[in-house]
Design a protein around this ligand. Structure first.
Ligand code: UGA
Length: 436
């Protein structure tokens, strides 16, 4: 099938590349000409495990192309995906100007039946708005269907999530569009995972409900962790104890330093906003956000308490900057809040992250120092703070840590180490929801 993907951000690129991988002919459209040239030259603008190989293969086999010319990109496509940004506007609601602008532009160009798919995370009712934007500009008699098809990709495992999705959600009431979408996604659900068809509004809400529910799990566990510390329980034990119940499930129960990234904070906020606009007081969501705000400070509060509120002149090593492992994404990364708080309190920071350093350097410049490797970050530091659970931080050389740090002190926001082992090694070890 011929496909166009408008917007080559994270979602657009993964979608375009993975759709090409099953034999579709995909053209990715982006207004950023420099980026288009870069991709044409075979350079992938993002880091995502497994994507590069597919990207190169499909470019080489002529199934994946790039253009900055919208008309050229969509002229032959049957299905046009909109994977454009929907940043939070000033009032917290998603800003739809990119999506609606593109829909209008597409409407001006098309001459035959097209399926326009919103892949971006958009508030309930957006399909109607996209349809209205298209109606305004389309030539009389030109037919099209506007479909909602939210993405459920996790950064770091996005290729796997796309190629073998737990489910595909498609919101459409147009029979022709339904058939085309079923045909397109057929190869990805051969194991029997469902393509769930529904109306556009339910599909749009499904995306927000999914992310908000997952964020709720995290905030709930973070509160359990805080309580664990007060009553002398261990959150990892509680997690295992409840996760074995299939109704609860083992995944997404890890306490930490708050959820971050480009999705959860934005989507929870947007759903709460949309509830508010509909005069509904979504009490749980408001608490989920409030708990997350508090949790972002938990690690720095522990540090401050340990040094009796005086961090002036102290130097800290930070392991991890990206909001989670296997990505260079630092949007809403807990590390940024922690760095801010430490610098504010008069401390200095030396950090290491396998992928996120360039992004942080572009943002913070020389406010902190950037280490060559994880051990280099420890030199002359008063303590080590673990912020992102990269695999290479999981089994470090504790002898080397001891040698390089000024004191044997570790604050761990991700509960990477065994408590008994840390006692054996003689470290002061303070993690989340476990004994000090
Ligand atoms: C999330 C969802 O998991 C995807 O299904 C969704 O498609 C995506 O948002 C999106 O809307 O685009 P992502 O933001 O890549 O994916 O990252 P997650 O792995 O879900 O992690 C989100 C945050 O929750 C991270 O800060 C992570 O550290 C935190 N988290 C996750 C926890 O604190 N505890 C957990 O048990 C799991």
């Amino acid at each position: 099938m011929k496909i166009a993907v408008v917007g080559t951000g994270y979602v657009g690129l993964v979608t375009g590349t993975c759709l090409a991988e099953t034999g579709n002919e995909v053209i990715c459209v982006d207004i950023n000409e420099k980026k288009v040239e870069m991709m044409k030259a075979g350079k992938l603008p993002i880091y995502e495990p497994g994507l590069e190989q597919l990207f190169h293969r499909n470019i080489a086999q002529d199934r994946l192309k790039f253009t900055s010319n919208l008309a050229e990109g969509i002229s032959e496509a049957k299905i046009i995906f909109l994977a454009l940004p929907t940043p939070p506007g000033g009032d917290g609601a998603a800003d739809l100007s990119y999506v609606l602008g593109a829909a209008g532009d597409i409407a001006k160009i098309i001459t035959d039946y097209k399926v326009i798919v919103t892949k971006s995370t958009v508030p309930v009712g957006t399909a109607d708005k996209v349809t209205a934007a298209m109606q305004q500009h389309a030539a009389p008699g030109v037919e099209y269907a506007v479909v909602s098809n939210p993405e459920f990709l996790r950064e770091g495992v996005a290729v796997e999530d796309f190629m073998k999705p737990d489910r595909v959600v498609v919101g459409t009431t147009d029979e022709r569009a339904r058939k085309l979408m079923a045909e397109l996604y057929g190869p990805y659900v051969r194991q029997g995972n469902p393509i769930i068809f529904m109306d556009e509004r339910s599909s749009e809400l499904t995306k927000y409900a999914a992310n908000s529910f997952l964020a709720t799990k995290i905030s709930f566990m973070n509160e359990i962790a805080n309580l664990c510390e007060l009553v002398g329980a261990d959150v990892d034990m509680v997690r295992r104890g409840i996760g074995a119940d299939e109704r609860i499930g083992r995944r997404f129960l890890f306490a930490g330093i708050g959820y971050g990234g480009s999705c959860f904070p934005k989507d929870v906020q947007a759903l709460a906003k949309s509830a508010e606009e509909n005069a509904y007081d979504f009490k749980i969501l408001n608490s989920v956000m409030e708990v997350n705000e508090i949790q972002k400070n938990v690690l720095t509060e522990k540090v401050k308490k340990y040094y009796k509120g005086d961090l002036k002149g102290k130097h800290f090593a930070l392991w991890g900057l990206a909001f989670k492992p296997e990505t260079d994404d630092i949007r809403e990364a807990p590390a940024l809040y922690i760095i801010d708080a430490l610098l504010e309190a008069g401390a200095t920071v030396s950090a290491f992250d396998p992928e996120g350093m360039n992004n942080v350097q572009a943002l913070l410049g020389d406010k902190i120092t950037y280490a060559q490797n994880q051990y280099d970050a420890l030199k002359d530091a008063d303590a080590l703070l673990i912020v992102t659970e990269w695999s290479l931080f999981r089994t470090p050389d504790f002898g080397k840590i001891e040698e390089l740090l000024k004191a044997k002190v570790i604050f761990d926001g991700r509960n990477l180490y065994d408590l008994d082992k840390m006692i054996d090694c003689g470290f002061y070890y303070n993690s989340i929801g476990r004994k000090e």
